[in-house]
Design a protein around this ligand. Structure first.
Ligand code: SF4
Length: 271
């Protein structure tokens, strides 16, 4: 997955943004306090329903929902351009690119797909591709034999079962060879604009756990926990926001809590 310039990284050295490049504990604490004041949280007399605080001990569902919405609000402000970083023009191209992105960076996939889509512009042409030729075109994305098989199987099924059109529902998508729930969520949310579920990748898994939105490690269970907390209109966007924040700030293995806009409402914050 490729790195993109983010407001978070630009503002790291911006003292006016309440953050310091030295990452000192005190700097982080005062920045977090400033943000809390700015958002109205912690204000004496603020209505209880609007207060969002770092959970200590057991957190009610209502409090966790409110905190989740505040997390989304802050990340939207921080990453206004958060979006799918795969390059595509239609559902077919996004489906192919997403299959290729398994165990591979989006940047690498974007280098491979222009030639691939020029050679196979639609499911019909891809379905009749020769396995060896396909393998050589996608070789650099890794696992190219299995990916070529998946692409051929997917394209054949799209032609046979759906008249060459990529299905726009979860049930039909996950029946296509090489297409799991995560891939289907990517296509439904980004190519069809349908919030049917939440994409759970390594960043979403890490951030959801650190932010105390789930205790699960399994992607399906994490998704279940998140859909119970996140407003449906944000199901597609939250994955992009978590991915951008996971790359820029809440990194594995060491999060940069001292420059994090969520530090005062995150149970895992180190500041
Ligand atoms: S405060 Fe730290 S652990 Fe929590 S989201 Fe921010 S970077 Fe991640």
């Amino acid at each position: 997955m490729k790195e993109r310039k983010t407001k978070a990284r630009r503002s790291t050295a911006d003292p006016a943004g309440g953050r310091r490049a030295d990452g000192s504990r005190e700097a982080g604490k005062s920045a977090a306090r400033a943000r809390t004041r700015a958002s109205g949280n912690g204000k004496a007399g603020a209505p209880e329903a609007q207060r969002v605080v770092r959970p200590r001990g057991r957190e009610s569902k209502a409090a966790r929902r409110a905190r989740t919405e505040e997390i989304i609000r802050r990340l939207r402000a921080e990453y206004p351009d958060a979006r799918c970083s795969l390059t595509y023009r239609d559902p077919y191209e996004l489906l192919v690119a997403t299959i290729l992105s398994a165990q591979c960076t989006d940047e690498r996939v974007n280098q491979v797909t222009p030639a691939l889509f020029a050679r196979y512009p639609d499911p019909e042409s891809l379905a009749s591709a020769k396995q060896e030729e396909l393998e050589s075109l996608i070789h650099s994305t890794g696992f190219y034999r299995n990916k070529a098989k998946s692409l051929l199987g997917m394209a054949g099924a799209v032609v046979d079962r759906h008249g060459g059109r990529i299905p726009d529902n979860m049930e039909d998508l996950v029946r296509l060879p090489g297409v799991g729930r995560k891939t289907a969520n990517v296509v439904l949310g980004n190519a069809f604009g349908k919030d049917e579920g939440i994409v759970v990748d390594t960043h979403v898994t890490r951030l959801s756990n650190r932010l105390g939105l789930t205790r699960e490690k399994d992607a399906v269970r994490i998704e279940q926990d998140l859909v119970a907390l996140v407003p449906r209109k944000d199901w597609t966007d939250i994955a992009h926001l978590f991915i951008d924040h996971g790359r820029a700030v809440c990194r594995a293995p060491t999060p940069r809590c001292e420059v994090c806009v969520l530090a005062d409402i995150c149970p895992s914050s180190r500041v």
